[in-house]
Design a protein around this ligand. Structure first.
Ligand code: NAD
Ligand code: GLY
Length: 388
């Protein structure tokens, strides 16, 4: 990649103990070394770049060149791609490389890739020498707007996704939208589900930007990097990063507010589980989960048909699935009970809430959403019947 970098915009994650910047700008990968040095990392620091084969092919050389040009001692580790590689064994390979290359407390790991690479390299950094610095360089839309920000790192256990992990905030997140040029469109669309999520859970300005693009092209205005275009893409990345940064800064360890980021995820996980992992990409399942959560809000009188339709128009413009899969409602209810978000046997739903809905007593209200753990099984059945 040889693009000349344009201006880099920076958003800060204002954590009291370890604040950090999210730098966003087209062509910024070529400034990775400089940006890292700007975080007080000295010349000569060892940097292990962890990536996967496809990302390495496109962007590995640019990253390494930039790190070396900035006086950093860079080396590369390529791990296999795919969710099924997100295991303790692969983290072991990163630890092996850290040992062979004699990474020290002051050394750094750079995660160059999607959420799979980011979660694993982040976890390896969290655990090597009881924690060394990590820089996240996300190359999928989903990782740019979600996975790379906020410090959740980890791997899967045969018993479930992300069961092994640690909070380990990055020193820097560097987002180069140009890297999305090679991302398969289906992956781009899956990431757009999370962007829509930030709009619905509270960013009215983001919702308006998305709405305008969907209005221009209802079938595909949000469905690809080309359709979105560089200026809107930069805006969407900045607003999404700012939305996530704000939530993470207020509730780093998910004591309350951070749960709103799970909007669309409760029923989305059910879809992923019951349809089999791999049928839907995570973002596609989240889009279906947002539809279901929106329908629950309608049934509970929490928002209007017009608000629900607006959300569904954005999902349609992103080319994301609209049709609820043929699932046995009783299997859905049983699966909900097994969800990680169940507390004391109660399913916690993050539901969109209209400003018109008035005072609420049934759950915690955060901006445009309410967290409810008192939704009756009968209401869920009724909504599932409507979705079918
Ligand atoms: P991914 O990392 O598997 O990437 C998707 C595919 O895109 C892969 O095949 C990858 O090789 C390819 N790819 C990546 N960048 C590319 C590019 N620029 N050009 C061409 N191909 C490219 O998937 P993902 O959607 O980025 O991340 C999903 C993972 O993120 C899951 O494991 C999920 O649990 C995790 N996640 C973590 C958090 C968190 O807060 N830590 C949040 C959301 C998701
Ligand atoms: N992806 C949800 C979170 O980071 O909390």
């Amino acid at each position: 990649m040889t693009a000349t970098p344009t201006a880099i915009r920076t958003i800060r994650v204002e954590l009291s103990a370890n604040p950090y910047p999210i730098a966003i700008g087209a062509g910024s990968l070529a400034q990775l070394g400089e940006q890292i040095r700007g975080q007080g990392i000295k010349a000569g620091t060892k940097v292990l770049v962890v990536t996967n084969p496809v990302v390495n092919e496109h962007y590995g050389a640019t990253a390494l060149q930039s790190l070396s040009a900035a006086g950093l001692e860079a080396s590369l580790l390529v791990i296999e791609a795919g969710e099924d590689q997100k295991t303790p064994a692969t983290v072991g390979l990163i630890h092996d490389a850290a040992f062979e290359r004699r990474l020290e407390r002051s050394s750094l790991i750079v995660a160059l890739g999607g959420g799979v690479v980011g979660d694993m390299a982040g976890f390896a950094a969290a655990t090597w020498l009881r924690g060394i610095a990590v820089v996240q360089v996300p190359t999928t839309l989903l990782a740019m707007v979600d996975a790379a920000i906020g410090g959740k790192t980890g791997v899967n256990h045969p018993g479930g996704k992300n069961l092994i992990g640690a909070f380990h905030q990055p020193r820097l997140v560097l987002i180069d939208p140009d890297t999305l040029a090679t991302l398969p469109e289906r992956e781009f669309r899956a990431g757009m589900a999370e962007v829509i999520k930030y709009g619905v859970i509270g960013d009215g300005a983001l919702l308006a930007e998305l709405g305008a693009a969907a209005h221009r092209d209802p079938a595909s205005g949000l469905a690809s990097q080309a359709a979105v275009g560089p200026a809107l893409l930069q805006t969407l990345l900045e607003r999404s990063a700012a939305a996530k940064a704000e939530v993470v800064a207020a509730d780093e360890r998910e004591g309350g507010l951070r749960a709103i980021l799970n909007y669309g995820h409760t029923l989305g996980h059910v879809v992923e589980t019951l349809c089999g992992y791999g049928t839907y990409l995570h973002g596609e399942a989240v889009a279906l989960g947002m539809r279901a959560a929106g329908e629950l809000s309608l049934a509970l009188g929490l928002w209007s048909q017009a608000e629900h339709d607006q959300q569904q128009r954005l999902i349609a413009a992103a080319g994301l699935p609209l049709a609820w899969p043929a699932l046995d409602p009783e299997a859905v209810l049983a699966c909900l009970q097994g969800d990680k978000k169940v507390r004391d046997g109660k399913v916690r739903f993050v539901l969109p809430l209209s400003p018109e809905a008035g005072a609420q007593t049934g759950g915690a209200v955060y901006g445009s959403v309410i967290i409810r753990d008192d939704v009756e099984a009968a209401t869920i059945r009724e909504v599932l019947a409507r979705l079918a």
